[in-house]
Design a binder for this molecule. Structure first.
Ligand code: NDP
Length: 323
């Protein structure tokens, strides 16, 4: 079968399309015929050796995918052959077939296309945990969403609106801000607007936002501390800038601000927390209040371009690769 192989850490052009043996599902795994792969910023960081966990080469990237179950490994009872599913966790998605952990398999709503199914789990579960599990957001509260036109950003804007919150969206271009408005953002501000800090404070009633989803990090984090209201919560989800973040605890103390880290991978280990998020999302999906935003789609052979486009901030919504 065809697969993308990374032999050494580097820029996305190290990714090679190769002919490799089709994997056999081990105990606790299922084999999927891959129909679509959601590409996350984390995938691009992993190829470059910049992710939270060390990258082990050689490997086939792709942690979020949608497909049809074709074979069950020993002991698997939660899915059936022929079922359409999405899967997350691990690697191996950028291939015609992938063996994935059965524990990371989730059913797919009938109405979703394969691309929508692949665009859903990481961004929406992360957005839910940021807004509710950790953020404790309430209807009527203001939330600031950074990189609001991205995969996580479009999920966060929609979900926050569906939960009755007021949304301030930040993004780098007018076109991206328009997408955020289309999804319901109440206030949109350019990421590089010289008056952005004051504009955020003014929009949220003068003192800043009670909840802020941090995905850019780096030197922007200092500004986030100024944009958040006294007693506010910053959920630290990502450091897309890849710059060092420094934080003086005194700045948190003075205004009683909390900074809470979020990593979906470790939250997924808590079955109760994950089930609560799935239950919270289910009615919003069923009613069509939240819809995965599929961005540009690429073929397997163009995977390295897809990864580079994410790093270059050229994409909106979830980048999808369809083998
Ligand atoms: P996106 O589709 O949002 O793409 C990344 C976006 O980040 C860009 O489009 C860009 O938006 C913004 N950005 C800001 N500064 C930079 C920079 N210097 N270089 C590149 N991009 C930049 O990707 P994802 O939705 O996959 O991820 C968004 C963020 O959330 C990432 O930081 C990611 O690591 C994090 N994340 C973390 C998770 C967790 O479990 N902790 C789970 C999912 C995502 P703009 O041009 O508008 O600024």
């Amino acid at each position: 079968m065809k697969a993308i192989v990374v032999e050494r850490i580097g820029t996305p052009d190290v990714m090679e399309l190769r002919e490799v043996p089709r994997p056999a599902p081990r105990a606790g795994q299922v084999l999927l015929r891959v129909e679509a792969v959601g590409v996350n910023f984390a995938d691009a960081l992993s190829v470059g050796g910049q992710y939270l966990t060390a990258t082990k080469v050689p490997y086939v990237p792709g942690m979020e995918l949608a497909g049809t179950v074709v074979e069950l490994g020993e002991g698997v009872t939660n899915v059936q052959v022929g079922q359409r599913v999405a899967a997350l966790g691990g690697t191996g998605g950028l291939a015609e077939y992938a063996a994935v952990p059965a524990a990371g398999v989730v059913p797919v709503p009938e109405s979703f296309t394969p691309a929508q199914a692949a665009a859903f789990p990481v961004s929406f579960m992360t957005a839910y945990h940021a807004l509710k599990t950790l953020g404790r957001g309430e209807a009527g509260e203001w939330v600031l969403v950074q990189a609001a036109a991205g995969a996580l950003g479009t999920a966060s804007v929609q979900l926050a609106k569906a939960l009755g919150m007021n949304v301030i969206a930040l993004a780098s271009t007018e076109e991206k801000l328009q997408l955020a408005r289309n999804l319901g953002a109440d206030v949109t501000i350019l990421q590089d607007d010289p008056d952005r800090v004051q504009k955020v404070r003014d929009a949220a009633g003068g003192k800043g936002v009670p909840l802020l989803l941090e995905v850019v990090g780096g030197s922007r984090f200092d500004e986030s501390l100024k944009m958040v209201a006294p007693l506010g919560r910053i959920i630290f989800i990502g450091n897309a800038s890849r710059e060092e973040v420094s934080m003086n605890p005194a700045a948190l103390m003075k205004r009683n601000v909390s900074v809470i880290g979020l990593w979906l991978t470790s939250l997924m280990l808590d079955a109760e927390v994950s089930a609560a998020a799935s239950q919270g999302l289910a009615p919003l999906i069923a009613s069509g209040k939240v819809v995965p935003q599929v961005g540009p789609s690429y073929g397997l052979a163009d995977s390295s371009r897809a990864f580079q486009d994410i790093l270059d901030r050229k994409t909106t919504g979830k980048v999808v690769i369809e083998p």
